[in-house]
Design a protein around this ligand. Sequence first.
Ligand SMILES: *Cc1c(COP(=O)(O)O)cnc(C)c1O
Length: 381
Amino acid sequence: MIRIPFGYPMIGENERNAVLDVLQGATLVHGPKATEFEQAFAQFTAAPYAVSVSSCTAGMHLVYFSLGYGPGDEVIVPAQTHIATAHAVELTGARPVFVDAEPESGNIDIDQIEAMITSRTRAIAVVHYLGVPVDMPAVVEIARRHNLFLLEDCALSLGAKVDGIHTGLHGDVGVFSFYPVKHITTAEGGMIILRDGELAAKLKLKKAFGVDRTHGERKVPGVYDTVTLGFNYRMSEIHAAIGIEQVKKLPGFLAQRAKNHQALSEALTDVPRLRVLPAPMNRLLSSHYCLSVVLGDDLAPLRPEILTALAERGIGASVYYPQPVPRMTYYREKYGYEASRFPHAARISDASIALPVGPHLNTNDMVEIASNLKDIIKGEY
Ligand SMILES: *Cc1c(COP(=O)(O)O)cnc(C)c1O
């Protein structure tokens, strides 16, 4: 039995009532809840525009699709990320060009970006790995100099800031996920934040079939036109109603995450053969998605046994992410995999363990995680 799960949705009475309220009415899509959630999210992040979508993956695909990317185009993508960061590019027919991680944070190695830019490059994507923000001014400078679009995959970085500005607002767009284990959840869902009103309008059009009038705007039923190609990537009123309640709780969630992370990292500082990935709280402000430890060379081959032992003791650990994306079968078979290009992403994939710090847990749980982990690896040296 897992007593300390890696993630657990913090759904309470407010969320349940909000969902029931929506279900009492007749408006399940195209209603006020999605708009209200967008406004609340824009207020929390201080974003000029927010566009709700059905998932982070849908949001990233919608952005690239709306920009007209296709075969022959390239987007620079971190090797150490969720498969969705690359799939969103690949789905348009464009090619993701992978860049290794920096060993300290696991974030994209900014120094290697420029060498990967070609005449085909259209955009740079970054992911704020485990909620530790990428040092954005340096990436913004490269993107500007080469006239490239800049997408921030913010699926793990809700609450994370660079120089006091929320992640997602440094580049051209930031895309968030509300999958159950993320900082807040709507079961499935996503949000795009941006400063460009024209692009925001385009995204809204293309997330709903390219139809030029929403239901509310149709004075005469059936009178609307389709001006462009589009998807159905909308968020329903049911999902949005949950999101509105979750945003209200977000400051509390973030405070508990920071507290848990600090407690766990203190409890693990003196453990040999473990390196705790740092979670800065300075000009780079982490959102503390989890606490990741990288096992030393002698322990790394024992990771499966360590993960199993943790589970047997009721602790749900995870691995972020189990493979550098270019090593995943789909990408390896399509583009080939040069191991020598991704040593740091591979090291983190193969030797790290992600420990939970979510708001479903408290500092006593952190003490328990640390003492169990120490106990398990003690037998190994
Ligand atoms: C979870 C995650 C995604 C996918 O989010 P969905 O909302 O499930 O599409 C994308 N990128 C990163 C970095 C993630 O962790």
